[in-house]
Design a protein around this ligand. Structure first.
Ligand SMILES: *Cc1c(COP(=O)(O)O)cnc(C)c1O
Length: 387
């Protein structure tokens, strides 16, 4: 059997090596605490589950949904964007449901890339910014996020040969893995840059509401001119602890949203109607559950920051996301440091290099483990890690 090259050449799953090591230690009777994977540990809010249950009991949801989404879903997304971001979206032609932002990241490449075209992929970044373009028979060029620029890219430094072939650019703030947020006019500069260079901006907005210390993250689409040059991939996964539900939306430029919808009619048959109703309930209901969850993460963030400082590491508490992005001590690689923390403390962190070449020199720690386990991880780091 011959597997096609586009699949044969996919890089190995990011966590495969780490998962093997965890399994080996567990088999040896060692209990390992994983701060490796960013998947919310808290349950989905009850009112969202109730809306799903009611939707599932309604035979109207049992038939094929449409790829365009129920009007109730699209209106809820538009209402949320208006109140939360001050962004006006027309539910008729600026919103299509996604089976999660990941689906959008992968498939938008098929809408925008012809063979040989490039996507600029934030580095470090979500791995599908690189594999998505390849699966669309395009290519990805790394766009380094620079710590001295607050983990924003230097748009002026992109080589002109790269820019000539580039059709799209993937960015995401609040940013996974660095935890960086936008605090200057980067989005405005990005809109101007996209116009000048005929690029489509794809803003991955997976962490809009996971923020701390009073910081409120904007939508890319709130930038003047943004919906002329791009789209936003919005996800309910992290804000409402719904990673298992596969719920999001592509919003913004009507021509792109329409092209995306036409592609989608050939890929899947839409989002289960009951999930659409549950997503609408999450977006239109009280947002207190989101604020409460941010308080939980912020407490965990502070515990972990203190523990890392206690053992001599330099770490700044992030204003957003569920991650700490920590420079490894002098003389270590990110993989070497990951190995040492596993051996000394039985705690799993992720090597930064797994998110792209600019991630070398960092490790990522996730805040998505229950408080008691996180406290135990903190104890182990403080007592056992010796640099
Ligand atoms: C979690 C995550 C996603 C995936 O979101 P889904 O809606 O669950 O597919 C996308 N982008 C980034 C940066 C993420 O961290």
């Amino acid at each position: 059997m011959r597997i096609a090259e586009r699949v044969r050449t996919l890089p190995p799953y990011l966590f495969a090596a780490i998962e093997r090591q965890i399994a080996e230690r567990k088999a040896a009777g060692i209990d390992v605490i994983s701060l490796g994977i960013g998947d919310p540990d808290l349950p989905t809010p009850p009112h969202v589950i109730e809306a799903l249950a009611a939707g599932a009991a309604d035979p109207a949801t049992h038939q094929y949904p449409s790829n365009q989404g129920e009007s109730g879903f699209r209106e809820a997304v538009a209402g949320f964007y208006a109140t939360r971001f001050g962004v006006t979206l027309d539910p008729a032609d600026q919103i299509v449901p996604l089976l999660g932002a990941k689906e959008g990241i992968a498939h938008i490449c098929q809408v925008l890339l012809d063979p040989g075209d490039l996507a600029l992929a934030a580095d470090p970044g979500y791995p599908v910014y690189v594999t998505g373009p390849r699966l669309a028979d395009g290519e990805a060029a790394y766009l380094p996020l620079l710590p001295e620029l607050g983990f924003q890219p230097d748009l002026e430094a992109i080589p002109s040969e790269t820019l000539e072939r580039a059709r799209m650019i993937f960015v995401s703030y609040p940013n996974n893995p660095t935890g960086a947020v936008i605090e200057d006019d980067f989005f405005a500069r990005l809109v101007a840059f996209a116009r000048t260079n005929d690029l489509v901006v794809v803003h991955d907005n997976a962490y809009a509401d996971i923020t701390y210390d009073g910081y409120v993250a904007p939508s890319f689409l709130a930038t003047p001119g943004a919906s002329e040059v791009g789209v936003e991939l919005f996800s309910l996964s992290k804000s409402y602890n719904m990673t298992g539900w596969r719920a999001g939306a592509i919003v913004g430029n009507p021509e792109l949203v329409d092209a995306y919808w036409r592609l989608k009619t050939n890929l899947d048959s839409g989002m289960f109607g009951a999930v659409q109703r549950a997503a609408a309930a999450a977006l239109s209901g009280s947002q207190e559950c989101v604020r409460e969850m941010c308080r939980v993460y912020q407490h965990r963030r502070d515990l972990l920051v203190n523990a890392l400082r206690t053992v001599g590491m330099h770490v700044e508490p992030p204003k957003g996301t569920i991650y700490l992005w920590v420079p490894v001590p002098e003389g270590y690689t990110s993989a070497g440091f990951t190995q040492q923390v596993l051996e000394q403390a039985d705690v799993v962190v992720t090597p930064g290099a797994a998110y792209g070449p600019s991630g070398e020199g960092y490790v990522r720690l996730s805040l998505t483990v229950p408080d008691d386990l996180l406290e135990e991880a903190v104890r182990r780091i403080e007592e056992r890690v010796r640099l």
